[in-house]
Design a protein. Structure first.
Length: 289
């Protein structure tokens, strides 16, 4: 990769523009983008940083970074456990932003999305958080417990700061609700392919295709599909269903967890396991079903 440029330097896209550019590049290649999730600080700060920095080389197009929280209501047991593990090892919002800042020293092209809950942001201070996130190189936010009715809290300030605010649509988001969900969404729409929490079921790919088509009748934004995508075959099927992006999280965390020792400590196998799955998934979105 060419020598990284400093954030804010002329010619370097940031925020919404960086996300738009990446999805446009994938679309030009005739494929879906691969979006992977990792929990900041899991299984430890250094290992998570090494995995983060290596994911683009394994074929990942967009990276979601989970901000650990004590009450992650939308997450399944795998990601819940990873978040608590990270918190116990001292992960904080500040250290999560530091992970992004470190990543940006090597990579100015890959979009980075922070995913989490409003409470840690509120405690940190919204204005301070947005300024620090922007400075660190964050491009967008997914905050799962802020509905459109609360856009003044974070969504609109984030958009004014140049950060995408990415909203979730679910199987229960009907055509009457969808315009409100999409109103201030930027970057892409995240379609939750199952009813429930992350990593707990396999999507009905036929239903996913119908849902993607329905959402696209309301917006020109890319639609990325996640929750329940566990392997290259699933990724290929979701891409074939018309998704502009395929999101994988719990499966990646599970691969890492399987390498940890009895004390929850990581060795070199953790990084290699995560990257091996990323390469498999990247092949899946490129071959489709």
């Amino acid at each position: 990769m060419a020598e990284a440029k400093q954030a804010g330097q002329t010619g370097v896209a940031t925020g919404v523009a960086r996300i738009d550019a990446r999805f446009a590049a994938c679309r030009a290649e005739g494929r879906a983008a691969l979006v992977t999730f990792l929990t900041a600080g899991y299984p430890d700060y250094e290992t998570s940083a090494e995995i983060f920095e290596a994911l683009p080389g394994a074929g990942v197009d967009v990276i979601e970074v989970g901000m650990p929280f004590t009450d992650p209501m939308a997450d399944g047991p795998v990601i819940q456990e990873a978040g608590l593990h990270a918190l116990q090892r001292g992960q904080t919002t500040r250290r999560t932003l530091e992970l992004v800042r470190r990543f940006r020293q090597k990579d100015q092209a890959t979009p980075v999305i922070l995913m989490g809950y409003y409470n840690p942001i509120y405690v940190y201070g919204v204005d301070r958080f947005l300024a620090d996130a922007k400075e660190a190189g964050v491009d967008g936010l997914i905050v799962v417990d802020l509905p459109p009715e609360e856009d003044d809290e974070l969504c609109l300030p984030a958009l004014r700061a140049g950060l995408a605010f990415i909203r979730l649509a679910t199987p229960t988001t009907d055509d009457r609700r969808l315009p409100a969900v999409l109103a201030n969404t930027a970057g892409f729409v995240y379609y939750v392919s199952i009813t429930g929490i992350t990593g707990t079921a396999t999507p009905d790919f036929g239903q996913v295709a119908a849902s993607i088509a329905r959402i696209k009748r309301h917006t020109s934004l890319p639609v990325a599909v996640g929750f329940g995508v566990k392997n290259a075959g699933h990724a290929a099927a979701v891409a074939a269903a018309g998704a502009d992006g395929v999101v994988v999280g719990s499966a990646l965390i599970e691969r890492i967890r399987a390498t940890l020792d009895a004390k929850g400590e990581a060795g070199p196998a953790a990084r290699e396991a995560a990257l091996a799955l990323a390469r498999e998934l990247a092949e899946g979105v490129r071959r489709r079903a």
